[in-house]
Design a protein around this ligand. Structure first.
Ligand code: G3P
Length: 217
């Protein structure tokens, strides 16, 4: 399973990228706005830091302008994945970009019918929003399961990118049900490795080791 970091904050990305565990980055207009920085400069910096796919989202809603914006974003670096919304115009733009060999992440996916269209449009990634479905009492993980099942049956190559993650359990469940990628807020990487029994066990090991008076070096 690939792990992407869901943020536009370059310092956060750098601090986690030193682990070697980051396979890509996703941004969206809200994350760019939160960073307070220029989108072009930000995406360029992120692409220089992370070699994997970096999602940069168009902000137009009409096909023609999506194409113009997407081509400008794609020109920033070879690892830019253009993000388009799951709308009629977004699907049209996805088809054009995918036929040009450009990575596309189709975002704001909330049911399997949408995911089928995104795969048919040649999307590199589909982003089902788990948390926002759970927020309204739907079952986000069930959507992951349904999409992966449909994609497997029909041999769609689009990668399922679990997004809108609200907990470590969402990450585990996304992995269990076959998501290819999970894009996680930076705080969840620490939450994934941090466990009190690990900390206690390590402290006990080191306390016992200290009694030996030995040193490995
Ligand atoms: O990548 C999509 C993600 O940023 C949306 O998350 O928490 O705003 O639903 P959220």
């Amino acid at each position: 399973m690939e792990l992407f970091i869901d943020t536009a904050e370059i310092d956060e990305i750098k601090s986690l990228n030193i682990t070697g565990l980051i396979d890509g980055v996703t941004t969206n207009p809200s994350l760019i706005a939160k960073s307070g920085r220029n989108i072009i400069e930000t995406i360029e910096e992120i692409c220089n830091e992370v070699s994997g796919p970096v999602s940069a989202e168009v902000t137009a809603t009409d096909f023609e302008t999506m194409i113009k914006e997407g081509r400008k974003l794609s020109a920033i670096a070879q690892n830019v994945a253009i993000k388009v919304p799951l709308t009629f115009d977004g699907l049209r733009a996805c088809k054009v970009f995918s036929e040009d060999g450009i990575m596309v992440n189709v975002t704001l996916c909330f049911n399997s019918a949408q995911a089928i269209l995104a795969a048919k449009a040649g999307a590199s990634f589909i982003s089902p929003f788990i948390g926002r479905l759970d927020d309204i009492g739907s079952d986000g993980i069930n959507l992951i399961s349904e999409i992966t099942e449909i994609y497997d049956i029909h041999g769609f190559e689009t990668k399922v990118l679990a997004a809108s993650i609200r907990s470590v359990q969402d990450i585990i469940d996304s992995a269990k049900f076959g998501a290819d990628v999970a894009t996680i807020p930076p705080k969840f990487l620490k939450a994934m490795y941090n466990h009190p029994l690990t900390d206690k066990g390590l402290a006990d090991f080191l306390a016992d080791w200290k009694k030996t008076g030995q040193s490995i070096l």
